[in-house]
Design a protein around this ligand. Structure first.
Ligand code: ZN
Length: 388
C-alpha cells in the first residue's frame, strides 16, 4: 500500500526547477510538497493537499537535500595533532596522506565502517542526503577493495581512488604503482565502484599517469572524475575536460584557459572551500567560472587531513563569504550542482518524480547559512521520504 506525506506551511521552497521562473533556484512562497512512496508526487502553493501523514515546516525554508559529491569517509585514525601544528604556524610535516594510509591498513572492517557510518549520520543531521565516498587510504589491492566494499554499504556513489598517492613501498617506482592501480587493484575494486578518480597534482600523479588510470577505469565501465588544480596551476582541469570527466574537483587555481575549457564542457567544477579553510590556502574565485558560463558544485572533501567537516552549510557560508558566490548560487551548487557532478537527475531538485530528499530549516531565509554561521539551522532531513 502506498504511503503519502505532505510537508506544508513552507515559508520558502527552493526547488531548483527551472519551470518555476522565480530566479536561479526556482523559489516558491507559502508552498507544500506531497511525497508518495519516497518520491515527490506534487509541489504547490497555497492550500495544501492532504496526505496520510503531515510534517509542518513551521514557516521555514525547505530545500533539496545537499548532494555532497566529494568525500573520503572511510579511514582510520585522525590527524588532529598535524592540524594543531599547522594552525600554530609550524611547517607542514611530510607524512600527510601516508599517516592515514598506515592507520587505515591497520584498522578492522568494523572500525572503518563504524567511523564512516557515524560521519554519514553527522552529515545527514546537517542536511546531506546524497554522499559520494572515495577510497584512497588503502593503496593495496586488498585494502582498496575492502574500503570500497565498506563504502558501498553506505552509498551508491563510490569512487575508486587508488591513484591518491604513491604508497611508501613503491617509493621511486610510481609507474609500477600506476600499473598495479590500472590492473589488479582496479579489477578488485571495480565491482564496488561507480567512479574512478586520480589525484593529478605535482607530488602525486602527473597528467600521463592520471590519464592512464582514468582510461583503465573507463574500460572497466566506471565513470570518470579527477582531483585537479588544488595546490597550483597544472594540467588537471584540461585533462578532465579532454576525457569528459563528470567533475574536476578542487579547481583552486584556474587559468583563463581552464575556465574556457570548463565553460565549454559538461565537466562540473567542484569547489571544496573547507579545504582552503583548513589549510590556509587562498580560496578559488567562483565568480570567474560562473560569469564564463561554467557549472559549479560545492562539496565537503571530508577527510582527516585537509578538511575534516561533513557540513555542507559551512561550505555554503565559505562560498558566499570568500568565493564570490551569491547565496542562490551557493545553494544551487550544493544541491543541483552536486547532482550534476554525479550525473544524477533524480536528486538535487524538488520536482515531481524525483527522490524525496529534502531539508527543512528553522529559518525562512537561507542567507542565514552565512549570516548565522555555525548555528544548527537544519530542523529535519528527509531521505527518500523518511523523516530523520
Ligand atoms: Zn579529495
Amino acid at each position: 500500500m502506498s504511503r503519502s506525506l505532505v510537508i506544508d506551511n513552507i515559508g520558502r521552497l527552493i526547488t531548483n526547477d527551472a519551470r518555476h521562473e522565480t530566479g536561479l533556484v526556482g523559489e516558491l512562497l507559502d508552498a507544500w510538497v506531497v511525497v508518495v512512496d519516497g518520491l515527490i508526487e506534487t509541489v504547490g502553493t497555497g492550500r495544501a493537499a492532504t496526505a496520510d501523514e503531515r510534517l509542518d515546516a513551521g514557516g521555514g525554508c525547505v530545500l533539496p537535500g545537499f548532494v555532497d559529491s566529494h568525500s573520503h569517509l572511510v579511514f582510520g585514525g585522525d590527524r588532529a595533532d598535524e592540524f594543531a601544528a599547522r594552525m600554530a604556524g609550524r611547517p607542514y610535516e611530510a607524512g600527510g596522506i601516508r599517516t592515514t594510509v598506515a592507520a587505515t591498513r591497520a584498522a578492522t572492517d568494523g572500525t572503518l565502517l563504524d567511523r564512516a557510518a557515524s560521519l554519514l549520520a553527522e552529515a545527514r543531521r546537517s542536511g546531506t542526503t546524497t554522499m559520494e565516498i572515495k577510497s584512497g587510504y588503502g593503496l593495496t589491492v586488498v585494502d582498496e577493495a575492502r574500503t570500497l566494499r565498506i563504502a558501498a554499504g553506505l552509498t551508491d556513489e563510490t569512487t575508486f581512488l587508488g591513484a591518491h598517492v604513491v604508497p611508501p613501498e613503491f617509493d621511486g617506482r610510481a609507474d609500477e604503482y600506476v600499473a598495479l592501480v590500472c590492473g589488479e587493484m582496479l579489477a578488485a575494486s571495480a565491482p564496488h565502484s561507480r567512479w574512478i578518480d586520480a589525484f593529478c597534482e605535482r607530488g602525486a600523479f602527473d597528467a600521463d599517469q592520471s590519464r592512464a588510470v582514468l582510461l583503465a577505469g573507463r574500460a572497466a565501465g566506471l565513470g570518470l572524475r579527477l582531483h585537479a588544480n588544488q595546490l597550483g596551476h597544472g594540467p588537471g582541469v584540461q585533462l578532465a575536460v579532454e576525457l569528459g570527466c563528470a567533475s574536476a574537483d578542487h579547481c583552486t587555481y584556474l587559468s583563463d584557459d581552464d575556465i574556457a575549457a570548463l565553460a565549454g564542457s559538461e565537466t562540473v567544477a567542484t569547489f571544496l572551500p573547507a579545504t582552503e579553510f583548513s589549510t590556509r590556502q587562498p580560496y578559488p574565485d567562483a565568480r570567474r567560472l560562473l560569469d564564463a558560463g561554467g557549472t559549479a558544485a560545492l562539496a565537503t572533501n571530508c577527510n582527516p587531513g585537509s578538511s575534516f567537516t561533513t557540513s555542507m552549510p559551512f561550505c555554503i557560508a565559505l562560498a558566499v563569504r570568500d568565493m564570490n558566490m551569491t547565496i542562490d548560487e551557493a545553494i544551487w551548487a550544493a544541491t543541483a550542482g552536486g547532482a550534476a557532478a554525479l550525473r544524477r537527475a533524480d536528486v538535487g531538485r524538488v520536482c515531481p518524480g524525483g527522490r524525496a530528499d529534502l531539508v527543512v530549516l528553522r529559518t525562512a531565509n537561507p542567507i542565514d547559512f552565512v549570516y548565522r554561521p555555525g548555528v544548527p539551522l537544519v530542523a529535519s532531513t528527509i531521505v527518500g521520504g523518511a523523516v530523520l
